[in-house]
Design a protein around this ligand. Structure first.
Ligand code: NOJ
Length: 536
């Protein structure tokens, strides 16, 4: 489980390609990030998570690493990164790197060697078979690709340019541990570990997530790299059960500080049909998932709180309303960020940035492009494919950060690598910072309150209005403090008795309370009181 500073921290995810371009080549870079550190500090951020900046052919935007030790020149140099770490520390924040350990790029020297012959010393760093089974890739098609030279197939759960590493090879594991230690020695404050639930897999028995060796390898990695270091580690573990996640983050072992799971954000998918076949979100499902998470993590481990990331469309477009952007995004963050766990903000969420309806030829993401081709071949009509892509494509959240209303939203003077959302004239950091009633200032205030009130860290979670499919409300309570969060998840005014909370302080609300028997559309209210012992 997490140390105290981790429990009190707020993490901000930067997707470097789209954050800030300092040299006008249309691609965000490390020096661009450095320029914006004061902006992040001002927002109240404690930890920055950088999506991968390692050397990579960028088949999957950096999640295909060809050299773990080097920086991709499009982002800058290793000196730039060392400087960024130093500057981040100078400004009182920490920096964690993304690390992709389940697979490398096919351009990594290990794979180049492995491909040379069946008896190459690196052959066993990857997973090979003469007879591929029917496992499919997350990015469409078979997870096996034939290597022409040796006639064997190699395994890749993602693109064919991302061969999976064979973690059962101990030499490989120790090379990885060495590399992790080298980064930590350089001053990094931890890692976000990409699909780390997959490293213990047994491909031949089709056990992928939480495979038979996961715990052994995590323990070994912890012993070899993390133990005794005051760092934050967050494991992306999409396939793990909640109980296992809590177990792997438990205080006694501290194998990982916390994990990312996706139960709460796959509720708008039709069960068992993957990410592209959608259904409307039922608030009762969301309440059930959050309640269970809160209950499990109260007993053991520590959780993460997030709505969006570089793989997930922006929450305001997905669950809120673009027309009620400020109200619905502030409501969504209130609902989530007063729960137990460490909050994560994905770049632009603090501005209420929205998704963008890309034209077909504008999509950049390999997953979207492969899905389009596969769906078309299956006879799905183009309009339906586009509808799914508009809702779920990862490109939605990858449009450049909207800094101001100048050319390309102030992101770059060059040609941005991906379309800038045209709504940047209205939605941008400069406007938001001036607007005391906007999303930015609300989130900033919310983050301050989280820090001030111990009940947010420790309080027991009790759901309120449990059967309501329109209102999400809950109480957090310690022996000293009580906090009540009430959120109208709909675009309608709802009858609700707020007079019950007369004795509470109104800690936060995203719009004035007009009537103590009514919640306005997307209203979020947080009440607080110190418990008066002996006088209930
Ligand atoms: C999860 C990452 O978040 C995603 O962007 C990537 O495509 C896959 N893992 C594969 O590395």
């Amino acid at each position: 489980m997490a140390n105290d500073w981790i429990k009190e921290s707020v993490v901000y995810q930067i997707y470097p390609l789209s954050f800030n371009d300092s040299n006008d080549d249309g691609i965000g870079d490390i020096n661009g990030i450095k320029e914006k550190l004061p902006y992040l500090k001002n927002l109240g951020i404690d930890v920055i998570w950088l999506s991968p900046v390692y050397q990579s052919p960028m088949d999957d935007n950096g999640y295909d690493i060809s050299n773990y030790y080097e920086i991709n020149p499009m982002f800058g140099t290793k000196e730039d990164l060392i400087d960024l770490i130093k500057e981040t520390h100078n400004q009182g924040m920490k920096l964690i790197m993304d690390l992709v350990l389940n697979h490398t790029s096919d351009e990594h020297v290990w794979f180049k060697e492995a491909k040379k012959s069946k008896d190459n010393p690196y052959r066993d760093y990857y997973i090979w078979s003469d007879t591929p089974n029917d496992i499919t890739s997350v990015f469409s098609g078979s997870a096996w690709t034939k290597d022409i030279l040796t006639g064997q197939y190699y395994f890749h759960l993602f693109s064919k340019k991302q061969p999976d590493l064979n973690w059962q090879n101990s030499a490989l594991r120790h090379e990885i541990y060495q590399m992790i230690n080298d980064w930590l020695d350089l001053g990094i404050d931890g890692f976000r570990l990409d699909v780390i639930d997959l490293i213990g897999k047994d491909v031949f028995n089709k056990k992928l997530s939480d495979g038979p060796y996961l715990e052994t390898f995590l323990k070994e990695m912890h012993e070899a790299c993390f133990k005794g270091r005051d760092i934050l580690t967050v494991g992306e573990m999409p396939g793990l059960s909640l109980e296992r996640a809590a177990y792997l983050t438990k205080e006694e072992d501290h194998l990982l500080s916390m994990v990312f799971q996706f139960d709460h954000i796959s509720l708008d998918e039709q069960p068992g049909k993957g990410k592209w076949e959608l259904k409307p979100l039922d608030l009762l499902d969301l309440k059930r998932v959050f309640k269970r998470q809160q209950e499990v993590y109260e007993k053991q481990g520590w959780g993460s709180l997030f709505w969006s990331n570089h793989d997930q469309p922006r929450a305001v477009s997905r669950y809120g309303s673009v027309n009620q952007r400020v109200l619905s995004s502030t409501m969504l963050h209130t609902l989530l960020f007063f729960q137990r766990g460490t909050p994560y903000i994905y770049q632009g969420e603090e501005l209420g940035m929205t998704g963008y309806r890309f034209k077909l030829e504008e999509f950049k993401d390999i997953e979207s492009i492969n899905y389009y081709k596969e769906a078309l071949a299956l006879g799905i009509n183009e309009a339906d494919i586009l509808k799914s892509l508009h809702q779920k494509s990862r490109d939605n959240s990858r449009t450049p950060m909207q800094w101001d209303d100048t050319k390309n939203a102030g992101f770059s003077n060059g040609t941005p690598w991906i379309k800038v959302n045209p709504n940047y004239k209205e939605i941008n950091a400069a406007n938001e910072q001036q607007d005391k009633n906007g999303v930015y200032h609300y989130i900033k205030k919310l983050l301050q309150l989280r820090k001030e009130k111990n009940v947010v860290k420790e309080g027991h979670f009790t759901p309120l209005d449990e059967t309501s499919s329109q209102i999400f409300s809950y109480q957090r309570k310690t022996s000293n403090e009580t906090l009540v969060v009430i959120c109208n998840f709909t675009n309608e005014a709802l009858t609700y008795d707020l007079s019950t909370y007369q004795s509470y302080e109104l800690l936060l609300t995203n719009q004035p309370i007009t009537n103590d028997h009514c919640l306005s559309p997307y209203q979020a209210i947080v009440y607080y009181k110190e418990n008066n012992h002996g006088n209930h």
